[in-house]
Design a protein around this ligand. Sequence first.
Ligand code: PLP
Length: 380
Amino acid sequence: MTDRIHEFLRIRREAGHDDGPVMVLDLDVVRDNYTAFAKALPDTRVFYAVKANPDPQVLDLLARLGSCFDTASVVEIEQVLATGCSPDRVSYGNTIKRERDIARAYQLGIRLFAVDCEAEVEKIARVAPGSKVFCRILCDGSGAEWPLSRKFGCVPEMATKVLEHAHKLGLSAYGVSFHVGSQQRNPRMWDGALKAASTIFLELAERGIHLSMVNLGGGFPTKYLKDVPAVKAYGQSIFRSLRKHFGNRIPETIIEPGRGMVGNAGMIEAEVVLISKKAEDDKVKWVYLDIGKFNGLAETMDEMIRYPIRTEFDGDDLEPCVLAGPTCDSVDVLYEKDPYLLPVSLEIGSKVLIEGTGAYTTTYSAVGFNGFPPLKSFVI
Ligand SMILES: *Cc1c(COP(=O)(O)O)cnc(C)c1O
C-alpha cells in the first residue's frame, strides 16, 4: 500500500479525525493503472466502468488522461460529462434502460448503446435514431472470483438476429460485447468469447452487415490475497485470440476495466469494535469491525472477494477468527465458512487496514449505486 495513503492516515489521526471507517484512494495508482492498460493493449480504447468508483477526482483524472467511459444510467452519464469529456467518449453500456433514459442520453449526445434483445433495440430505434448499438453475448464466467450471472447478454445465435434487427430499424449495427466475469484470474478466458464474436461478424457479413467493434468488457483483476497475472499477460493473450479468430482483419476493440483500474488504488482503515467468543471452549474468536456488508464490503458476499487485512500486530502468531460487521443484520458476516487468520494480540480498538478496496466499496455503500437513486418513500 502506498506511502501517500499511510501519510494521509497518519496526519488525519494526529489531527484527531480518526472517526472511521474511511477509504483513501491514491490517484497516482489510478494513473499508473491507466498507463499500464494503454501500454498492454495499445490499439484498444479504454472505457472506464464508472460504477467501480465514480468519485469526481477519479473521473477528472481519467478524462484528462484520454480515457473513455462506460456508464449504466443517466446520472453516471452526467457525472462523466461534468468532467468536460465529450459525449462521443461515453457509452451507455447497460442492456436494461428505460426508454425515457435512452431519450435523455441521446439528448446529452450519447450515440453508443448496449443491447441484448430485440425489445431494447426497438426502444433505441424510437428515441435514439441512427445510433450505434453493440450486442452483448453471454459468457459463462468460469475462472472469475466474482462471476456475472445470466442477467446480461444473449446466446451468440440470437445476437446475430438482434443486430440484424437493429440494422433494419436504421441503427448502426456496430459490434459485439461480452464480460468474462469480474476478477477474472485466467487471461485465456477471452478466447471463447472472441471465437463466438468472430462467428457473429461472419454471419452478418454474409447478409451485407459489416460490424466494426468488439467490446472486450472488464474482468481485469486486482491483487487481493492471491497473486494475479500482470495486465501485460492479458494484453498478449487477448491479442493472440484476436489474431486467431479474426486473422488480419482485427476489428476496433475497447475494454471496460473497473476493478482493474481502481481496486489496488484504495485502502480502508477500520476499527475493531468487539472481540468475543460464543462459548468458553470456542476454537474461533469473533472479531467485529465497524465496517461490514452494508457500509462498504458488499463484495464479501458468499466470501467471494477476500481482502488482505493488515494490523499493527502483523508478525505475531495468528489464529482463526470469524470476521463480522457492526450492523444488527445477521447476514453482516464477512468471513465465517473460511475463517480469517488474524494476530492473537489484536485488541478491541485496534485499527485494521483493508487493502485493495478502491473498487466497489464506496459505490456499494452509497445510496445510489450505479446512479440509481435510493427508494423514495411516502408515509401517509
Ligand atoms: C461492471 C462492468 C464492467 C467492469 O467490470 P470489472 O470486472 O470491474 O472490470 C465492465 N463492463 C460492464 C458492462 C460492467 O457492467
